[in-house]
Design a protein around this ligand. Structure first.
Ligand SMILES: Cc1cc2nc3c(=O)[nH]c(=O)nc-3n(C[C@H](O)[C@H](O)[C@H](O)COP(=O)(O)OP(=O)(O)OC[C@H]3O[C@@H](n4cnc5c(N)ncnc54)[C@H](O)[C@@H]3O)c2cc1C
Length: 420
């Protein structure tokens, strides 16, 4: 008697994208002949959205990945993925001091992104980063914040995007004896609408945060940042939040990536160079935009993770997957522990009214955070629980583009009959 061998699926990375993909896929393939293995550096689910809160107050509880996976039939390996061999379809994981080699039939790459520490000299040595572990990460930053608050001191936060703004407000509120300066190449909050940026600036100003705008930092030293025009900004602690980049592993493995190191994927989440590798969340970038921006964010991570589970489960059943397509709904930016600004971004990630501020905005943001935190468990109870609208937009846009291309050809033929 012969038994058909199982399809081996390995998911690497258990952030928002990887965990949703894993649990949803496990639920959708329960009756199929598959084995699913999840590999992650930590044994807990790190909610990256809350890393600045953890740096301020490390008592925020974290869920164990094995508890989330309990009852799903998924195997979990805690370890660091050090290599992907695309020829032999295997990965190498460093776990408990051993190198483990595991073979896959389908690989889901969900290793997320990290703050770029290479582009500016000295960042790797002297800046703290909102990373969950490693050198100068959240835990060490917490200690340093306490010391600096006790003695009174200066903190320089580099980056005027959402991460820098949220961190500045959180630390200014928690550590009132630290003077925080926010340095950015452009204007604080210039990634969004002026009214939203103005609200965020006012909140930060109330906390005593000051701004160094249109300031490009070219080098970081132990206690000084050197700006483009050579003038120094002294600090006691520096937090670097500028620029997310994907990890080098994808490029090093030979997957086709863009300049940020993100794996280029087709509308069905497959690497364009190695279709047995699926990529999700911050690690991926679709070659064709899904009719809404594919932006590094928890929302896109969760949707892309869920969509990958849907695509893979269809492929395993011999059905055709659907292309990735979605709409955005809203965004919220925290401004300390009692304030936030929330706004609509439906459908294409462009901010619009209504805006919700103060405690109401803060509570709405809290709702989003809790939703993303419980989503893997929700998917465990009800596979397919995460649903979204706009699933037909990608194909509709393609049809429209096809029609207008056909019209252009027709007009061209009428205008220039001599060309025939
Ligand atoms: C402080 C902060 C605030 C943010 N605020 C917001 C916000 O308000 N809204 C928003 O939408 N987005 C926000 N983001 C961005 C958001 O967190 C990311 O876009 C999101 O986490 C991406 O999810 P992901 O699953 O792709 O990757 P991640 O959440 O980064 O998960 C990747 C996982 O892979 C693991 N991993 C990495 N390398 C390896 C390896 N070699 N071996 C094994 N495991 C590995 C990591 O440990 C991690 O568990 C914020 C980010 C930060 C840092």
């Amino acid at each position: 008697m012969t038994t058909e061998s199982k399809t081996r699926i390995i998911i690497i990375g258990a952030g928002y994208a990887g965990l949703v993909a894993t649990v949803r896929l496990a639920g959708k393939t329960r009756k199929q002949n598959v084995s699913i293995t999840l590999v992650n550096a930590a044994d807990v689910f790190v909610e990256r959205l809350r890393l600045h809160e953890m740096a301020a107050s490390p008592t925020i509880p974290q869920k164990r990945i094995t508890d989330i996976l309990d009852g799903t039939g998924v195997d979990f390996i805690q370890g660091i993925v050090t290599n992907i061999d695309l020829q032999t379809h295997s990965i190498c994981v460093q776990s408990n001091g051993n190198d483990i080699h595991i073979e896959y039939d389908k690989l889901v790459y969900a290793l997320g992104s990290t703050i770029d520490r290479e582009s500016v000299k000295g960042v790797g040595e002297y800046a703290y980063l909102l990373n969950p572990s490693g050198k100068r990460s959240v835990e060490q930053l917490h200690q340093r914040l306490i010391e600096t608050n006790t003695a009174g001191g200066r903190m320089l936060i580099v980056g005027g995007g959402a991460t820098g703004i949220e961190a500045a407000a959180e630390f200014a509120e928690t550590f009132p004896n630290i003077h925080i300066q926010l340095a950015t190449q452009g204007q604080v909050g210039d990634f969004t609408r002026k009214e939203i940026a103005d609200y965020m600036r006012q909140s930060l100003t109330r906390f005593g945060v000051t701004f160094q705008e249109n300031t490009r930092i070219t080098e970081l030293r132990a206690d000084t940042a050197i700006t483009e025009n050579g003038s120094p900004i002294p600090f006691d602690i520096c937090l670097w939040t500028g620029g997310f980049a994907a990890l080098p592993l994808a490029r090093e493995s030979g997957l086709t990536v863009n300049e940020r190191g993100q794996i280029l994927i087709d509308p069905f989440m497959r690497s364009i160079s190695h279709p047995d590798v699926y990529a999700v969340g911050d690690s991926a970038q679709p070659v064709e935009q899904p009719n809404a921006p594919y932006r590094m964010s928890a929302f896109v991570a969760a949707i892309s993770g869920a969509h990958t589970a849907d695509c893979l489960s269809k492929v395993l059943r011999g059905q055709a997957p659907k292309p990735l397509s979605y709409v955005f709904y809203g965004q919220a930016i925290a401004l300390g522990q009692n304030d936030a600004i929330a706004f609509m971004t439906y459908p294409d990630d462009k901010p619009k009214h209504p805006f919700l501020t103060g405690k109401a905005g803060y509570n709405l943001r809290g709702f989003f955070l809790r939703f993303f935190a419980v989503l893997p468990e929700l998917e465990k109870r009800m596979p397919g629980a995460l649903f979204w609208t706009g699933k037909g937009r990608f194909e509709a846009a393609k049809r429209r583009a096809g029609r207008s291309q056909a019209q252009t050809v027709q007009i061209h033929m009428i205008d220039k009959p001599e060309a025939q």
